[in-house]
Design a protein around this ligand. Structure first.
Ligand code: ATP
Ligand code: MG
Length: 184
């Protein structure tokens, strides 16, 4: 895969339609999962390369579906920190053993046990995700409990020069004419 930073086309990208598109591709497939999208933010704009971010979402949502049982819920939630838009992808799946967490993002690493041996994959998805998110000056984190489920979170810089401070964001959300506070 092309991963040179120079091949990234950065723009303000609305991640909500991107997530909807990815969810749609799984929903029209054979998945028996309940895929839900939750937004807790007034804006889902981030700074990034839309194709690359779609690739990240495809793998993380794909993993959530692949490593959780049929009938399980996969939730994709948006939240914001002062500088970042965060996308949380939560599943009710197999979970990840503690000793595996640090190796998860290495190339070709796959957790190997009898439950998982029949699930196909190359072990490259998360390594590629990490590289792409890093090239965005972002971060990818994971929280997991074995047998309960996992949450993978993508932290991305908010849209350029439009970082809404929480108090101002609230004021903007409640005023009749929505205003955007631009902080230089
Ligand atoms: P592919 O290259 O096709 O994505 P993969 O899914 O095996 O293959 P990664 O996406 O890199 O590779 O994931 C690495 C490993 O991490 C997986 O093999 C699996 O063991 C574990 N894993 C990833 N996501 C989850 C998840 N949501 N729940 C439980 N285990 C997971
Ligand atoms: Mg994968």
């Amino acid at each position: 895969m092309e991963s040179g930073r120079q091949s990234y086309e950065m723009a303000d990208v609305d991640l909500l339609p991107l997530v909807q598109e990815v969810v749609e591709t799984f929903a029209v497939g054979t998945t028996k999962h309940d895929l839900q999208i939750e937004t807790h933010v007034p804006s889902t704009l981030a700074r990034g390369d839309s194709d690359k971010l779609k690739q990240v979402l495809m793998n993380l949502i794909g993993n959530a579906v692949k490593y959780s049982p049929e009938g399980g819920t996969v939730t994709i939630g948006f939240r914001a920190t002062p500088k970042h838009l965060v996308v949380d992808i939560t599943d009710q799946g197999l979970g990840i053993p503690k000793d595996a967490l640090s190796k998860l993002f290495s190339k070709f690493y796959r957790i190997d046990n009898s439950d998982r041996r029949k699930i196909g994959g190359t072990g490259l998805g998360l390594a590629i995700c990490k590289e792409i998110v890093k090239a965005h000056d972002g971060e990818i984190t994971v929280q997991s409990e074995l047998g309960v489920g996992s949450t993978f979170s993508i932290h991305l810089p908010r849209e350029e020069k439009r970082i809404l401070e929480p108090a101002l964001a609230e004021a903007a959300a409640t005023s009749e004419q929505p205003r955007l506070f631009i902080i230089e």
